[in-house]
Design a protein around this ligand. Structure first.
Ligand code: B1M
Length: 210
């Protein structure tokens, strides 16, 4: 039977080929795709984070683990979708100064599989680029991701820029990422916060339908 500890170990070593093999065989054994993602890949990435913090892993190794995770997520992607598509348009991006995109990509993937149209602005997105795209693309929801405590203030700067541009009333703003929470969302004037990709998809659907 698939062992999530082995999967985590392989993720940490950054061996993408071995990881995708393990993910495929876990699926073949009937393990649920969401369990592989949450109990294997995301929890493996948490260990990578700990090792990074303690100086036991360095940036090139973390990048290899991140790349391996991306390959594994590609396999899971078609299996994580939801039924019953809701219509709506969402702009998503990681805020300026922040290059972390694994969580943002997972959120984008869940939203897409929930039937929403996604405009992914990528990483390191300045407030004015969010504003420009809201103007041009007329989304229902804007989703922002930040993984660094130092880039959290950029979420407020982005909300402020959207407000100053006069576009705030036309959209809902939702935020997420490891260092942020509901009270930070309230503090910066966002409409909502989601701790993970699944709940982000629920929240975005709600806002698109409201
Ligand atoms: Co970085 N990094 N990193 N890193 N990195 C963290 C975030 C860190 C916690 C590691 C640590 O020290 N323990 C730490 C931040 C400390 C802090 O701010 N308090 C850190 C640091 C310090 C740094 C650098 C400064 C290191 C350096 O250069 N000295 C540097 C900064 C670069 C920059 O951004 N300017 C840096 C660089 C990198 C890499 C490039 C090497 C790589 C990123 C590769 C990539 O993304 N393509 C990397 C990685 C991989 C991590 C860790 C290990 C893993 C992040 C991850 O992908 N997690 C991370 C430690 C950790 O988080 N455990 C760490 C898996 C992912 C699925 O989870 O992104 O949380 P997450 O997303 C979740 C939820 O948060 C939520 O849903 C997702 C899925 O459920 N969510 C949203 C996310 N966005 C959302 C948006 C929403 C809703 C929900 O919108 C509505």
């Amino acid at each position: 039977m698939a062992d999530m500890n082995v999967l985590k170990e392989v993720l940490i070593t950054g061996n993408g080929d071995k990881l995708t093999e393990l993910v495929q065989s876990a699926l073949d054994e009937g393990v649920n795709a969401a369990d592989i993602l949450n109990k294997g890949l995301i929890s493996g990435m948490d260990i990578v984070g700990e090792k990074m913090k303690n100086g036991d892993m360095f940036i090139p190794e973390v990048l290899m683990a991140a790349r391996a995770m991306g390959l594994a997520v590609e396999i899971l992607k078609p299996l994580l979708g939801e039924e019953g598509a809701a219509m709506g348009k969402v702009i998503i991006g990681t805020v300026k100064g922040d290059l972390h995109d694994i969580g943002k990509n997972l959120v984008a993937m869940m939203l897409e599989s929930a039937g929403l149209e996604i405009i992914d602005l990528g990483v390191d997105v300045p407030p004015e680029v969010f504003v420009e795209n809201i103007n041009k693309m007329k989304p229902d929801v804007v989703a922002m991701s930040a993984l660094l405590t130092t880039t959290m203030p950029m979420m407020k700067a982005t909300v402020d820029a959207i407000t100053e541009s006069g576009l705030r009333e036309q959209i809902k703003i939702i935020i997420g990422g490891a260092p942020v929470n509901q009270s930070f969302a309230d503090e910066i004037g966002a409409d909502g916060y989601s701790p993970d990709a699944g709940s982000a998809s629920q929240l975005a659907k709600e806002y698109c339908n409201s």
